[in-house]
Design a protein around this ligand. Structure first.
Ligand code: C5P
Length: 400
């Protein structure tokens, strides 16, 4: 039996084109044994029929605060819920919820509950990137609301960009995480994310294409399972909800200092960052002038942070590395695991489409010291994050 079996879930559907995907989410929740009580806003009715959702959910759709048969439906729904899930959440709903407005059955129910709330935004890129929406989501996150970030992809009207609702699969996985056991409660997880930037002169850097999304997804997964997370990051992505402290860094040397000051107190360390292997031996103090001719830049190796952690790894710590490969994936990963004294290595063949840097998706093979490798076929980076955290958590000793 999964964690959703027997759980009472209020599924709020608001008026966005992605409302049709809420139908699939509803079906999956019911299949997993949850009792789903649907609420539709007036806007949602422009996109999907009430009958569709009523037929698939565990009880008929409700929309009104003024129901004669069941007075005060928002308190009944809010107090009885184990989870409230809003799929999709429009900018209007997010704004109203952040402001504490109770203007319809859904917003009233959100205020009348003490259950965890999972909000899945979907909107056009311009709206998603608007500072007001950004601030409202930051407010909700601060209050402990869980957010399933939208993806980039095709939007209504043929536009392409960030704002597309996360897949039903990842929404249901997020619901399972919120309702699942807090198996990392009391543990500290250190994660690095993004690519380092090594200065050439005052304005130029050697960088790489890492987006940091895989590291953020791992941090979010660990935090949602109750861990205290320290996220050492070179990128600015929305902070995951939960107990996450972000340490911004830019260079390999800064990352090394931040990592080394937190590693010994961490139960799990995941080096998901793409650390530069070489850096300019000396960064020019000003901007190198074009009219001085083509400059000669001497490179020197950066410290291998992960190998350093492996050489001083405290007993009981689970150390996880990443290996971006373009050939002989598993043998290369296995030798790196031994060389750097790791417990797990997450190997991805970055020559495949949709894998690795700059994609929303990833396909990995998690190589372990003992046992067969765990293969995660092309999936959302959140699904990969869950597999990585599952594999790391399985190696942790009992809590002392
Ligand atoms: O040896 P390779 O660079 O392929 O190993 C990749 C792993 O090592 C990643 O987990 C990366 O974060 C880490 N690494 C590091 N310091 C470096 C280079 C890579 O910690 N200078």
């Amino acid at each position: 039996m999964g964690v959703l079996a027997g759980k009472r879930i209020v599924l709020g559907v608001t008026g966005g084109i992605a409302a049709y995907k809420a139908v699939e989410v509803c079906r999956r929740l019911v299949d997993a044994g949850a009792h789903v009580s649907p609420i539709m806003t007036k806007g949602a009715e422009h996109f999907i029929g009430r009958t569709t959702l009523s037929a698939l959910a565990s009880e008929p759709v409700q929309s009104s605060l003024w129901d004669e048969e069941s007075p005060i439906p928002h308190t009944r729904l809010g107090q009885g819920a184990d989870l409230i899930l809003v799929v999709p959440a429009t900018a209007r709903l997010i704004g109203a919820y952040a402001a504490g407005l109770s203007t319809d059955l859904l917003t009233a129910t959100l205020l009348a509950t003490r259950a965890p709330v999972l909000v899945c935004p979907a909107m056009h890129t311009e709206m998603w990137e608007h500072p007001a929406v950004h601030d409202n989501l930051a407010t909700l996150r601060r209050r402990g609301v869980h957010i399933v970030e939208p993806e980039a992809g095709r939007l209504a009207g043929g536009d392409v960009g960030r704002g597309r609702l996360a897949s039903p699969e990842s929404i249901v996985a997020a619901a399972e995480r919120v309702l699942g056991p807090a198996d990392l409660h009391g543990r500290t997880v250190l994660v690095t994310a993004g690519g380092t930037r090594e200065p050439i002169d005052a304005v130029r850097v050697i960088a790489n294409r890492s987006s940091g999304r895989q590291g953020y997804a791992i941090a979010a997964e660990a935090a949602s399972r109750g861990a205290r997370v320290v996220l050492v990051s070179t990128v600015e992505l929305p902070a995951p909800s939960g107990d996450v402290s972000i340490i911004p860094v830019e260079t390999a040397a800064e990352m090394q200092a931040a990592v080394e000051s937190h590693a010994s107190a961490s139960n799990i360390v995941v080096m998901a960052a793409a650390v530069a292997d070489f850096r300019p031996a000396q960064a020019a103090p000003g901007k190198i002038k074009k009219d001085g001719g083509v400059p000669e830049i001497t490179l020197e190796p950066t410290p291998d942070i992960l190998a350093g952690l492996g050489s001083v790894k405290p007993a009981g710590q689970v150390l996880v590395g990443f290996a971006a490969e373009t050939s002989d994936l598993v043998p290369n990963a296995q030798s790196k695991l031994l060389r750097k004294n790791l417990d797990l290595i997450v190997a991805n063949d970055v020559s495949l489409p949709g894998v690795g840097f700059h994609h929303e998706t990833n396909a990995v093979t998690i190589v372990r010291r003992h046992g067969d490798p765990i293969i995660v076929s092309l999936s959302d980076k959140r699904v990969v994050a869950k597999a990585v955290v599952d594999a790391a958590a399985a190696l942790l000793g009992p809590q002392i």
